[in-house]
Structures are given as C-alpha cells and as structure tokens.
Design a protein around this ligand. Structure first.
Ligand SMILES: [Fe+2]
Length: 293
C-alpha cells in the first residue's frame, strides 16, 4: 500500500512505501499510475537506482522516446538525456540552460511526449528548483467565453521558445546542432486536450514551442497564446519542487507546463547538478492492458 502526502505547493504529491529499483506488481503499478494521473506531478524520495533499474521504471510510463537533442543523450544509453551544469572539455555534458522558460516537453514532435521521468544524482548546494504549472486548473479557471472561443483550435508547434528565439540567450531553447536544425518540422496539436487516460480537459502547450494557430493571422495567434500563457502561469497554478539526491520525479506533460531555474556552471563538487531524464509517449502500459480487457 502506497502512502501519499501533498507536496508543499498547489499540486503534486510525494509517494512513499515503494522501492522503484524492483519490478512493480500489478496492483502497485495501477495504484501508482492512478495517483500520477490524479496529481500530475509525483515524487518518490530516497531511491537508489542503477541505470538498468531506472530504465525499467521509465517503461512503466509509456514508450521511451530518445530525445531530439541527440548530442546530450547518455553515451551508450540513448533513452537517457542528461540535465547538468557539469562541463567536460568546455562543453556541458547535458542540458544546461536550454529549459529555463515555460514549456511542455517535446510538444514540437508528433506524437508529443506524454510523461517525463527524472532521477536526481547530484544536487548543487543551495538547490535549483523546477517550476510546474497545472494546466487542468488553468483550463478550469478560464472564463466560459474564452473556453468557447478556443475549443477546437489547432496550434502549430516547432522547436524553440516563442518568447526568446535568440540562440545565444540563456532563456532560449537549447541550441541545436546544424544537423538537428535540418530536422526541425512543424507539427499540430489541439489547444484544448482531453487527457488520454482521465478525459479531463487541459490547456496544452501554450508556452515554449507554440508559434501559431491554424486559420488565424500570426500576430493575433501569438497574442492569444501569450494571453493564455500569462493566465496559466499565475502564482495560483504554479508550484516549485527542488530535487534532492535520490529523488525520482515524474510529470504528466499533457496537463503541466514547467520551467527550470537558470543555474551556474559547476566549479566545485558541491555545485554540481546531475539528473537522468527519460521522456515517453503514449499511455502507460497498465492502461493499455486495461483497454484490451
Ligand atoms: Fe522540460
């Protein structure tokens, strides 16, 4: 039986009574994923995972989707992207500054990511919190006229941060290699999404990779997306979480936005930050099995 405690902010829970280094039995798996979809952001503390154990754990969330930023994947383990402020040979070993803006993970692909899972191995002294915004609550709180206006709208996404396209800026999206730039394409996702598991409506991808709305002039679309982003990132929908060493955290990407905190390059062992990150697409297999019954 899992125990659940609310995180200090406006949403998300800490789950205990589970050892994620072991395979999950079906009852625990169902309980864990029902909690995940109810609370959108989950944290399990004090875990000690080998690479293979973390890899197995992430497969319970969906189909692994090796990240578009292929130069920052772990060598020999392409499903894992590194998040870090550690440099080797003058180059960061993982995503360093490329996520310090509100975004939805990999909404610039089709299918988009459905969940992101991280495991914290090194924490810098003073911390480095991540901000999360609840897109179920943000949708629910929209005026009825706005809900009616945006219903059925389709949004154009591509790689980048709509609010900052200067690739030398610290708050733009991670800089792409010339080869990756050639692979950037436009994709389209509904602005209002029904969650594939719960059916609950959320505002999807209003920050980061959203650049236009089908059938609407570009300036008008950006104005509307900016208005929705300002609404969705109000303090009443936003929470922060600062990963401790040994934390496993996961967030539902259909119903959240998130933003990393700008960090300084590590200069000493105490200032190092390192997380392993895996993103997945599709439903958690536990629901696929239920759907088939
Ligand atoms: Fe992210």
């Amino acid at each position: 039986m899992l125990s659940v405690q609310r995180l200090p902010g406006v949403f998300g829970v800490e789950i205990s009574g589970i050892d994620l280094s072991k395979p999950l039995d079906e009852v625990t798996e169902r309980e864990l994923f029902d909690l995940f979809h109810q609370h959108q952001l989950i944290v399990v503390k004090n875990q000690s995972l080998e690479f293979e154990e973390f890899d197995r754990l992430t497969k319970y969330f969906g189909r692994q989707d090796p990240h578009f930023l292929d130069h920052l994947r772990m060598r020999g383990h392409p499903a894992i992207l590194m998040l870090s402020n550690v440099f080797e040979n003058e180059k960061p070993i993982g995503v360093f500054e490329g996520a310090a803006f509100w975004h939805t993970d990999v909404a610039y692909r089709d299918p988009p990511n459905s969940a992101t899972i991280v495991y914290s191995l090194e924490r810098p002294r003073g911390g480095c919190p991540t901000h999360f915004a609840d897109m179920f609550a943000a949708y629910d709180a929209l005026p009825a006229a706005m809900k009616e206006r945006i219903e059925g709208m389709v949004v154009l996404h591509h790689y980048g941060n709509r609010a900052d396209m200067d690739e030398n800026s610290r708050t733009s999206a991670e800089r792409l290699t010339p080869e990756q730039k050639k692979r950037v394409t436009n994709v389209f996702h509904p602005l209002v999404q029904r969650h594939p598991v719960t059916g609950r409506k959320s505002l999807y991808g209003v920050a980061g990779s959203s650049f236009g709305i089908v059938g609407m002039p570009k300036d008008e679309a950006v104005e509307l997306l900016d208005e929705l982003k300002a609404h969705a990132t109000q303090a009443r929908f936003v929470t922060q979480y600062d990963y401790d060493i040994g934390d496993v955290a996961a967030w539902d990407t259909y119903s959240t936005l998130h933003m990393a905190t700008l960090q300084d390059r590590a200069t000493t062992p105490e200032t190092r930050r390192l997380l392993w990150r895996v993103s997945v697409t599709g439903k958690a297999p536990v629901y696929e099995r239920i759907d088939r019954r």
